[in-house]
Design a protein around this ligand. Sequence first.
Ligand SMILES: *Cc1c(COP(=O)(O)O)cnc(C)c1O
Length: 352
Amino acid sequence: MSRFWSPVVHTLTPYVPGEQPKLQKIVKLNTNENPYGPSPKVIAALHDVAGDALRLYPDPNADQLKDAIAAYHDVKRENVFVGNGSDEVLAHVFCGLLKHDKPLLFPDISYSFYPVYCGLYQIDYRTVKLNNAFEIDLADYEQDAGAIIFPNPNAPTGHLLPLAAIEKLLVRQPDVVIVIDEAYIDFGGESAIKLVDRYPNLLVVQTLSKSRSLAGLRIGFAIGQPQLIEGLERVKNSFNSYPLDRFAIAGAAASFGDDEYFRAMCTKVIASRERLVTAMAQLGFEVIPSAANFIFAHHPEHDAGQLAAALREHGVIVRHFKAARIDQHLRISIGTDAECDALLAALHAVLR
Ligand SMILES: *Cc1c(COP(=O)(O)O)cnc(C)c1O
């Protein structure tokens, strides 16, 4: 606390990211990173950037990357916004698109950064409860609202909504901006990007941190109609002209150029997920069906906080949220098959 702080700073409750342990040799299943490295083509592109050109500022519009994303998703450059991780994209979305007289709606159990942005930008919000199956029911969002945001698949549950349900909400709420945070869509979902040209109130946000193995490079993007993108560009250019450096622009563009590698890695993660879900069920866990690169699991006979602590002693880190309704669940990222086996071995030892 300091009297030199701006008043709003006293009110902030910052987001707490999952731990990044300094220790090697730990099985890290707590922040939904990809267990596989990025495409060799990405690494080659990064090597090409390392040189004299680094004395120059990067392209403030990151057109090379916007064009790669536009080509990949079959939209135009004017439909694409890019930022320093989707967290930054989301920050600009909250600031530029989600603050209205009526409250913003999002699920009570969801990405815990959303209320943090609301605090930072002083946005009035109302949470909407997941149903008893821990699913988002979009009928609950057909109410008076200033804007709506939710992840699909939802985090931390992994539950996926079908595109038809999303389209129905877009039709029922034509005057409300609806933002879909598709951080995990590549692990088994269908993206709403294909609806963008029909719905001016739709914005889809994605990240290269999970399915494209580039959490360390910090790239996220949004796709929507040009009016929405223009609003985001205004906010971005009032904050930082160069959020993406030369490495991020070139590396991210190269990732979209290696679809074969991308699909192969997603397929591996999905296969490991299905294998892990089966094995966890055999250990007595109840696992919510997941379309993400993590699972959300609960054991009826064991306290989740104690399980997380015990796993840690066995060298396995998972995420436990000390929040209402979910404090008896563990969120476990999908690792390699060897990492999943290490988790299962640790669980066998702990549950015995
Ligand atoms: C990981 C995650 C993000 C942030 O991703 P970055 O691009 O790494 O900032 C955004 N939304 C959800 C739901 C996430 O899980």
